[in-house]
Design a protein around this ligand. Structure first.
Ligand SMILES: Cc1ncc(C[n+]2csc(CCOP(=O)(O)OP(=O)(O)O)c2C)c(N)n1
Ligand SMILES: CC(=O)[C@@H](O)[C@H](O)COP(=O)(O)O
Ligand SMILES: [Mg+2]
Length: 615
């Protein structure tokens, strides 16, 4: 096994070509083996194996900085930078992260998980390097999907202007999680076709040279002119960035040679590398969308598994039906069609569906534009990615109180993706914004009610739900709920659990049939049901939520009680002021003390000892 000999990138430099090629295959097998056990970003990582080996062969990490955008494709990087013995712990609690992480290894140049940050980071490093009088290289690896992000494009603009020495490797596999979108993407495809034509021409030129040297020289001059046009119209040249490519991203030898050459160049260079997502694993090559981030699977018999019926699907089913009833409804996703449960919707309503690419800001402001024209836009977005569009929520939507509905998915702790992906800040950053309303349904039926009613609201509405399964609601059923009102699910004599969203199930479990403990489905955070809160202030109160304590649902309850001049004994169960790493969701909830056991403990501290301990 060649991998056994590789403990650092230095070891790669001592391998001969055969060993290096063998290593690529061993790494693929290891990625498949561990991803089959732990789940993970399989297809992206398989596609980047040769590229990563070539980069580590040519550059000197950690002295040279190699930055991976999103960081989900970097499993091979982890394996050759001293973490092969930990690789089996990938994405497991206490194990190594699924992304690159500065605190995990000196070879991880950035901590990442969100897309499109590599280029600005690389620019910052290049500026700092020059000021500090150092001479190391800075290399950013960015996918075609991540390059649809405004942050990446804006960074390119500045990179071209400043002209700092750096290498950008565009890993173009024509895929984001789903098919990639956008004008640049179309242009990259065109470049690939032109490359193919050029290769064919080379062949033709050879034949022509043999037949007629005069004709050959005419054709040759025409080709040179065409090349000039190609360069002049190339957007990277327009930005001031040297463009090289497209080249085959699985030709390890070829990549090493070209990187060795590019390493010597001054100024910013972009190397366009063409790869196959899922390379080397038949199922992943055939269906890179499913195999982008599969849960565990049997590596000998890799098959798709059903994740069960999720909140995302409940949302997708509801909007698919609603769109038949409301012709102004329009759904926008920032590159998360599958994750947001919108595959069916996109098939049934293609003319009212838009994937803007990985640019949450554009998704929100496009929705604002539609709302200004009388449409009923819904932005389907993960809580963690909505962070990217906070200004757009305030500036473009909320100030004029535009009727945009936000389906905020993956709210709360999300599990194996870890700190970069937990959706635990949205309540705090949204509830301070005037005009907005925030709700969390208790089940799929309530989600349907909220969505339908939200479409009739004159202001922005955020509907929040977790990365979890939910019982499917019957199609065609649209219950009405009193907007802004909470619901008592269980009466109590001493204490009420006020639960928002996902933690409602935990509250019901913790309360059991204890007559002292009441449970409220506190489904609206904004507006808060002050009328009911006033009634309940006679009891002890325990708020529970899957969100940071600061600024969350519990804070809203405390503020409302204070404003109403009511004194109540209140405890807030929420996430403490620290980042949570990756791990299984129930385990993270246990750590945070918001699971049934944590709730029972808090009840005991409020004087409500468990029923069996009372006597
Ligand atoms: C800001 C942000 N939005 C959405 C995502 C979700 N996401 C993760 S990877 C990915 C696709 C990335 O495509 P690309 O950069 O081409 O990498 P590939 O998987 O094709 O190698 C998306 C949309 C994210 N990580 N960050
Ligand atoms: C890397 C990334 O951001 C996505 O691939 C993310 O891991 C998807 O998460 P879900 O599995 O919750 O859709
Ligand atoms: Mg891609």
């Amino acid at each position: 096994m060649v991998l056994e000999k590789v403990n650092s990138p230095e070891d790669l430099k001592a391998l001969d070509w055969d060993e290096l090629l063998a290593l690529a295959e061993e790494i693929r097998s290891e990625i498949i083996r561990v991803t089959a056990q732990n789940g993970g970003h399989l297809a992206s990582s398989l596609g980047a194996v040769e590229l990563i080996l070539a980069l580590h062969r040519v550059f000197d990490s950690p002295r040279d900085k190699i930055l991976f955008d999103v960081g989900h494709q970097a499993y091979a990087h982890k394996l050759v930078t001293g973490r092969k013995h930990l690789f089996h712990t990938l994405r497991k609690e206490g194990g190594i992260s699924g992304f690159t992480k500065v605190s995990e290894s000196p070879h991880d140049a950035i901590t990442v998980g969100h897309a499109s940050t590599s280029l600005a980071n690389a620019l910052g490093m290049a500026i700092a390097r020059d000021l500090q009088g150092e001479d190391h290289h800075v290399v950013a690896v960015i996918g075609d999907g991540a390059l649809t992000g405004g942050m990446a494009l804006a960074a390119l603009n500045k990179i071209g202007e400043l002209g700092k020495r750096m290498l950008i490797v565009l890993n173009d596999n024509e895929m984001s999680i789903s098919e990639n979108v956008g004008g640049l993407n179309r242009y990259f495809k065109e470049l690939q076709i032109r490359k193919w034509v050029q290769d064919m021409e080379k062949l033709g030129r050879h034949i022509l040279e043999q037949i007629s040297p005069r004709l050959f020289s005419l054709v040759d001059r025409a080709k040179e002119a065409a090349k000039l046009v190609l360069h002049q119209e190339n957007p990277f040249y327009a930005w001031g960035i040297r463009y090289v490519g497209p080249v085959d991203g699985h030709d390890l030898k070829g990549l090493v040679h070209i990187l060795q050459h590019l390493k010597e160049l001054e100024g910013p260079t972009l190397l366009h590398v063409v790869t196959k997502k899922g390379k080397g694993y038949k199922v992943a090559e055939a269906d890179p969308i499913y195999w982008h981030g599969p849960p565990g699977f049997d590596p000998k018999k890799p098959e798709k598994v059903s994740k069960g019926y999720t909140w995302s699907q409940a949302f997708g089913d509801a909007v698919t039906e609603l769109a038949h009833m409301e012709p102004r409804l329009f759904v926008i996703t920032p590159a998360m069609r599958e994750g947001s449960g919108l595959v069916r919707y996109a098939q049934e309503h293609p003319e009212r569906f838009l994937d803007v690419g990985i640019c949450e800001d554009v998704a929100v402001t496009t929705a604002a534009g539609m709302a200004l024209k009388g449409m009923k836009p819904i932005v389907a977005i993960y809580s963690t990615f909505l962070q990217r569009a906070y200004d757009q929520v305030i500036h473009d939507v909320a100030i004029e109180s535009l009727p945009v509905v936000f389906a905020v998915d993956r709210a709360g702790l999300v599990g194996a993706d870890g700190a970069t992906h937990h959706g635990v800040f949205d309540l705090a950053y949204l509830r301070t914004v005037p005009n907005v309303e925030i709700a969390a349904p208790k089940d799929a039926l309530e989600l349907r009610a909220m969505l339908k009613q939200a479409l009739a609201r004159p202001n922005p509405v955020f509907i929040r739900y977790a990365r979890d399964n939910v019982e499917k609601a019957p199609e065609g059923v649209w219950p009405e709920i009193p907007w802004g009102r909470w619901e008592v699910l269980k009466e109590g004599t001493e204490v009420y659990l006020l639960a928002f969203g996902k933690t409602l199930a935990y509250a019901l479990e913790a309360a059991g049939d204890d007559p002292r403990v009441g449970v409220v489905n506190a489904r609206f955070l904004k507006p808060l049901d002050r009328e009911m809160l006033k009634e309940l202030a006679r009891y002890k109160l325990l708020t529970v939520e899957d969100h940071q304590k600061m600024g969350g649902f519990g804070s809203a309850v405390l503020e409302a009680l204070n404003e109403m001049g009511l004194k109540a004994e209140v405890r807030v169960l929420a996430l403490p002021d620290r980042f949570f790493e990756h791990g299984a969701i129930p385990s993270l909830h246990r750590q945070a003390g918001i699971d049934p056991e944590g709730i029972r403990k808090a009840l005991a501290e409020l004087g409500i000892a468990p029923v069996h301990e009372r006597a």
